[in-house]
Design a protein around this ligand. Structure first.
Ligand code: PLP
Length: 853
């Protein structure tokens, strides 16, 4: 018979072992090799069995084993030493504490998924793992941040592959207690319940699980509570499970419930109210509406004033240029919720307008979460330089009057958490060679410090582990598929001596899982070359509802089962953090071949690079920014091809060429058994990319470029009963209504001729009609720079303010300024008027700009 509910019963820890509790319930263990080794040593076999989770290990160990360990003085001493290290980690000042100047006292970070560890499957791919890495680096840097998300009972699915090559999904239920989460309880010990009033008198309740990620709490809302009727208990059943209203309910719970959970957390722990709210992708956009609603009720401000205040304190990060990655809901569905008592006193109409696609090319019947994010976030960014520029074009229609390169979306390139992603063997090598574990901070180029033999030895060890893991996984898959005997060839797949190329990711079409199969005969020749073979290790999950992705997986799996190649190309099922940690370090080359420019950043290649793996990639995302000719290879993009088919053919051919003519010769060229030229590239990769690709760098960028400015403005607007928020809102209303009449009547320059010499100064006069506005409300700017053949001023331009020369005469205000000529070449200028207010972050963020002529 089947139990209707299961739970973990954990043995009691003796006094000597009591600190194990602290060590197991703080997820800091997930990036501490020492803490993991401590737990593993309690029972190595069990540790493997429970997938390497301390809380589960404690639950699985018998009282006898624990009693024995209590008597083991060495072990007890190690427990206390580790606990002391954890306490110091939580207590000591870190980077943020030394940061000078105003800085936020608390930041709330919202994300629909968090990838903290393989044993906490609350993520589907890059977005979630990035969020997990963000929390870990915030913790390491001492940034006072709180993560906010949902607790999905089945998380994301586990993948297996059938005999037919088709992906199968299963959804094991998670027991949060057994994983090391704790339930948020009030002062009387009762579980805190967050409530949302829904349409038709319904009520959605959620409990809050707390996962302590080092110094950073992560609050996860869980609708599976007895207070809810059965259907509402399913709201947090799965990550990205349903569509439509189910997804909308998840996002309402994440956004609205998330803010309420943060309030409860602050009230119970005494943490200060967050000053900055960062939403990782648009899914949590309702957090802004909830905070506006709060302000309207509690501070008595108007809708526009609340909007000004919330915008100032919101950072919105967009993560994808692929439309399917953005949530869009029917307008009417969202209206139902906006008109319900959910948002206590937020007027529904203007709130709806914040998310509608009511711009040229949009669908005004659609409520778009990215549009909501951009309207509510005065600071917005993409996740690589290229993606920033793609996003400015993609979302440019929200600011129709603004040039694409000025659309107020900046970029901060993603990064990865080095202590999580660097293989322990490499960390140990760093410690031997440099005296500390920070592989990303060292210069690996000197053979005196680290010899080729030593470096290659560690690289080879990592490859051997991957080979063993691949055989183990495929063997286990064959056994669980019911095969009486595991086929003998599985024990011979892959060879640690062979050039190994890895490729694993989610399987949306644009990532082109099967590009490598474009010419199967050529690929077969490459793989089976008798002298210098190549092997491919592949993984990837398709979204359960995406059959086209499953077809790609099937094609690949079928190809890989051909006896001619099966030892050299393997598909490893159930790609997740645990597999990734063996897979990345175990490859020589990491392959990525998306359709440029659809990969916003990509982070798997960064994790590979930190492990001394060379990248072979289309120049997309981060690789477009940091490929330098010596750290790997760029697959040329054929984006001028006549069709998608031709493009794939051309890019696949370029990929084969690179493998045959660049990778293979360099890898197999040996001196004393070591690929010296290859290791030159490895050393360069680790030294140069190490500094750039870490999430420590990323989080520092977010703090200094977005969180600090945002907190400074949020405080200033809030002061004196929201005096500046009121003033900003009044300003916005005034300039919006008057802007139609603003014009530049006339511009006069002292350059009668079109030739000039450097060192000269041109005097510029402009006559500007401001109608109802005053010169204090606007900036009149002279914008100049090099021009192209169409007289367009390029992106490298300068603007200088023109000064108003006295009062308006006949409605015309005279302005004057001078233009220094410093650069040679074809040069042009124009004059423009933009709104001016100390709390605008970008002069064009209101979309109001008037040009001369
Ligand atoms: C890093 C990572 C990803 C994201 O990789 P991309 O290069 O962005 O596709 C996805 N899944 C897992 C398990 C990862 O570790």
């Amino acid at each position: 018979m089947k139990a209707i509910r299961t739970f973990a019963v954990r043995p009691v820890l003796s006094e000597q072992l009591a600190p194990l509790d602290r060590l197991a319930t703080n997820w800091r263990w997930a990036w501490s090799d020492e803490t993991k080794a401590l737990f593993a040593s309690m029972d190595p076999a069990r540790w493997e069995e429970v997938g390497g989770n301390p809380e589960q290990l404690l639950g699985a160990l018998g009282q006898d084993r624990l009693d024995a360990l209590s008597q083991d003085a060495d072990f007890v001493a190690r427990v206390h030493a580790e606990a002391e290290r954890l306490d110091a980690y939580l207590r000591d000042d870190r980077w943020y504490q030394g940061l000078e100047g105003d800085k936020p006292v608390h930041i709330a970070y919202f994300s629909p998924e968090f990838g903290v560890d393989g044993t906490l499957p609350q993520y589907s791919g890059g977005l979630g793992i990035l969020a997990g890495d963000h929390l870990k680096s915030a913790s390491d840097l001492g940034v006072p941040l709180t993560g906010v998300g949902l607790f999905y009972r089945a998380g994301y699915f586990r993948q297996s592959i059938g005999d037919d090559g088709w992906q199968r999904e299963s959804y094991p239920l998670l027991d949060p207690y057994g994983l090391g989460l704790t339930l948020l309880r009030d002062a009387d010990g009762a579980p805190v319940e967050i409530g949302l009033d829904l349409p038709a008198g319904r009520h959605l309740a959620a409990r809050v699980w707390v996962a302590q990620i080092g110094r950073v709490p992560l609050l996860l809302l869980d609708a599976d509570t007895p207070t809810n009727p059965d259907d509402l208990r399913q709201v947090t059943d799965r990550l990205y499970g349903g569509g439509g209203e189910h997804r909308l309910l998840q996002e309402l719970l994440l956004g609205v419930g998330g803010v309420r959970a943060v309030r409860a957390w602050c009230a119970l722990t005494g943490a200060p109210s967050p000053e900055v709210y960062h939403t990782n992708e648009g899914h949590a956009g309702f957090q802004g509406l909830e905070r506006m609603s709060e302000l309207i009720v509690e501070a008595g401000v108007s809708f526009d004033q609340a909007l000004a205040q919330v915008r100032a304190s919101t950072v919105f990060t967009t993560h994808t240029p692929v439309p399917a990655g953005i949530d869009r809901f029917p307008r009417d569905l969202v209206t139902t919720y906006l008109q319900s008592p959910l948002f206590t006193s937020l007027p529904a109409e203007p709130a709806l307008d914040l998310g509608l696609e009511s711009y040229p090319g949009g669908d005004p019947h659609v409520f778009n979460m990215a549009v909501l994010g951009l309207h509510l976030g005065q600071h917005a960014n993409g996740v690589s330089l290229l993606h920033g520029s793609v996003s400015r074009r993609m979302f440019g229609s929200l600011w129709p009057a603004v040039d694409a390169d000025e659309v107020p979306i900046t970029s901060i390139t993603n990064g990865v958490h080095a202590p999580t992603w660097v293989h322990p063997a490499l960390t140990a090598l760093s410690e031997r060679a440099f005296g500390d574990v920070h592989i990303d901070r060292h210069d690996w180029r000197s053979r005196e410090v680290v010899s080729d033999q030593e470096l290659w030895g560690v690289r080879t060890q990592m490859k051997q582990e991957l080979v063993a893991e691949a055989r183990r996984r495929l063997g286990a898959a064959a056994r669980s598929a019911g095969n009486a005997a595991v086929p003998a060839w599985i024990d011979e797949i892959l060879d640690p001596g062979v050039l190994t190329i890895g490729f694993a990711r989610r399987v949306p079409t644009y990532k082109r899982l099967t590009l490598m199969l474009r010419d199967p005969e050529r690929l077969t020749r490459i793989l089976t070359d008798p002298e210098r073979p190549v092997q491919l290790v592949i993984g990837g999950k398709s979204h359960p509802a995406d059959d086209s992705g499953k077809i790609l997986i099937q094609q690949l799996v079928r190809f890989s089962r051909d006896p001619r190649v099966r030892g050299r190309i393997v598909f490893l099922p159930d790609y997740d953090i645990s597999l990734a940690k063996t897979l990345y370090p175990g490859c020589d080359v990491w392959l990525n071949n998306p359709l440029r420019p659809l990969e916003a950043c990509g982070t798997s290649g960064m994790k590979a690079a930190l492990n001394g793996v060379l990248n072979l990639s289309i120049l997309d995302g981060w690789w477009d920014e940091w490929y330098d000719g010596k750290n790997g290879w760029a697959i040329p993009t054929a984006d001028t091809a006549a069709s998608d088919e031709e493009r794939d053919d051309a890019e696949a051919a370029a990929l084969y060429d690179l493998i045959e003519h660049q990778l293979v010769p360099r890898f197999y060229e040996r001196t004393g058994g070591v690929p010296v030229g290859w290791l030159d590239m490895v050393r360069h990769t680790m030294t140069d990319l190490g500094k750039k690709v870490t999430s420590d760098r990323m989080v520092r960028d977010y703090v200094t470029r977005l969180y600090v400015p945002s907190a400074v403005n949020e405080r200033a607007l809030r002061a004196d009963d929201f005096a500046q928020a009121r003033s900003l809102a009044a300003f916005v209303t005034r300039v919006r209504s008057a802007w139609g009449a603003v014009s530049i009547a006339h511009v006069e320059g002292s350059d009668a001729t079109t030739r000039a010499s450097t060192g000269e100064t041109l005097e510029i006069e402009a006559s500007v009609r401001l109608d109802g506005l005053s010169p204090d409300d606007v900036a009149v700017e002279l914008v100049y720079g090099r021009t192209d053949e169409d007289d367009v001023i390029g992106a490298e331009r300068t603007s200088v303010p023109l000064q108003a020369q006295g009062p308006a005469v006949d409605g015309v205000t005279p302005y004057r300024g001078s233009l220094p000529l410093q650069i040679t070449g074809t040069f042009g200028y124009t004059v423009r008027v933009v709104p001016r207010h100390p709390f605008l972050v970008s002069p064009v963020e209101l979309g109001l700009v008037t040009y001369a002529g």
